[in-house]
Write a protein that binds this ligand. Structure first.
Ligand code: FAD
Length: 404
């Protein structure tokens, strides 16, 4: 699948931070990881630090799948609001899912500091806007649910929004504990650090076939090359369906534009917080460490990549217009516009763990708008699973969740 249209921001802005040679000889390891995007990179780092040998393989250049197009807002707020998740999963499990996502953002921050990764990581607050007055009851319910669960949230009424910003919406929830980064540079930083710690990383190395035996898995690549491993981790992003007995997600097309760098941000509240809204599909905004504005959204059900990319000029114009409505005092000139594909699940949670029909294999599928926080959770759960440690949250994110 062509995951992105041409010209996503990060590879243009950052270039190629490192290079990894294609596999040129047979290899053997504890864990083979398919995918060198942000998920595969996080899994590799967690495993290698735990003393588990691993080989990472990617058919493209590293981080050139969805990770290259990610707008990289880090929010504990899952696409499915907490009050609705409480109805579908029960209070305990819904609140634990939200808390685990908040912890994932802290863990990413610690990792960035520990490895001194230059990836634009910044702590932020996040503003969830009621798209119009009809969403006010729902937003109030969400505010109560988050407050009762112990999340630090503030209610911003119309007067407060008017005082602090040019945003025209009737009310909003301001949440602490969000962040933003450049997932492309973060991924390269992790892969480079993992290689230094002993992981093998090979990009431009497609896995063509998998063969399972009683003691592990054998991956078949071009020119008859093989990688033998005790375990397989599938971190193949939205192409992971090839490794599953049946798809578990719905695909969507999504769109984003990035501005030329801007000097001042008049009317943008809370020290350039992350912004999103209650309407579905939503529009969301952030700024970058280099002073750009990114606005994304206007998702569509996915038909095919050519159709998705044909819609890009129209979506770009819609996003530009929306930005001018929200921030009439900030000059916005589009530098890059791109389209991507993403997947979500009906419950808004990822699929992480073992599938009952696929032996020796762990799936790290961070579906939904919180893909990167889910990637971190996947890395922790899979490391612990392979080491035989029990994680009490594993069942929240596994394939069996719906039945529990
Ligand atoms: C436009 C856009 C905006 C987004 N915004 C956000 C956001 O604000 N916040 C957020 O948290 N998430 C966001 N996401 C989602 C997030 O980017 C993804 O969840 C994340 O990048 C997925 O990373 P990954 O490593 O799982 O997948 P990928 O980056 O796609 O990596 C998977 C890799 O597997 C490789 N692969 C697949 N099959 C094979 C094979 N057979 N052999 C070898 N290699 C293979 C691919 O080449 C690919 O590089 C956004 C996504 C898009 C598209």
């Amino acid at each position: 699948m062509k995951l992105l249209s041409s010209r996503p921001l990060w590879p243009i802005e950052d270039g190629l931070p490192d290079s990894f040679a294609p596999l040129d000889r047979n290899a053997r390891c504890d864990v083979a990881i398919i995918g060198a995007g942000v998920t595969g990179a996080l899994v590799a780092w967690h495993l290698i630090r735990a003393g588990v040998s691993c080989v990472v393989l990617d058919r493209r250049e590293a981080a050139h799948g969805s990770t290259a197009g990610s707008t990289s807002l880090l929010q504990y707020e899952i696409d499915e609001p907490l009050h609705r998740m409480i109805r579908s999963l029960g209070r305990n499990r819904a609140e634990r899912s939200y808390r685990r996502c908040r912890a994932a953002i802290d863990a990413i921050g610690k990792l960035v500091r520990r490895l001194r990764l230059d990836c634009g990581f910044e702590r932020k607050t996040s503003l969830l806007l009621a798209s119009d007055r009809s969403y006010l009851p729902e937003l109030r319910e969400e505010f109560s649910a988050r407050g009762a669960a112990g999340f630090a949230v503030e209610w911003w009424d119309r007067a407060r929004l008017r005082r602090e910003s040019t945003l025209p919406q009737p009310a909003a929830i301001l949440s602490q504990d969000a962040a933003q980064l450049d997932a492309y540079r973060f991924t390269y930083g992790l892969l480079t650090a993992s290689r230094q710690s002993g992981a093998a990383v090979h990009d431009r190395s497609p896995v063509l076939r998998t063969r399972f035996g009683s003691r592990g898995v054998e991956l078949h690549l071009r020119q008859g090359l093989k990688v033998k491993a005790r375990f397989l981790v599938v971190a193949a992003g939205y192409e992971a369906d090839a490794f599953l007995p049946q798809p578990v997600t719905a695909l969507h097309s999504t769109y984003a534009i990035a501005s030329e760098p801007v000097r001042d941000f008049p009317g943008w509240p809370a020290d350039r917080c992350l912004i999103w809204e209650t309407r579905r599909p939503y529009v969301y905004l952030r700024t970058t460490a280099r002073g750009r504005v990114i606005i994304g959204g206007y998702d569509e059900p996915f038909r095919d990549a050519a159709h998705r990319d044909r819609l890009l000029p129209r979506k770009r114009a819609l996003l530009e217009r929306r930005f001018r409505q929200l921030f009439p005092c900030i000059p916005f000139e589009t530098a890059e516009a791109w389209a991507g594909t993403f997947a979500d699940t009906p419950h808004g949670l990822p699929c992480i763990g073992r599938h009952p029909d696929v032996p020796h294999t762990w799936f790290a599928l961070g579906y939904g708008g919180n893909g990167i926080t889910f990637s971190l959770i996947a890395a922790e759960l899979i490391r612990d699973g392979i080491l035989g440690r029990r994680d009490p949250d594993a069942e929240l994110f596994g394939f069996e969740r719906a039945k529990a």
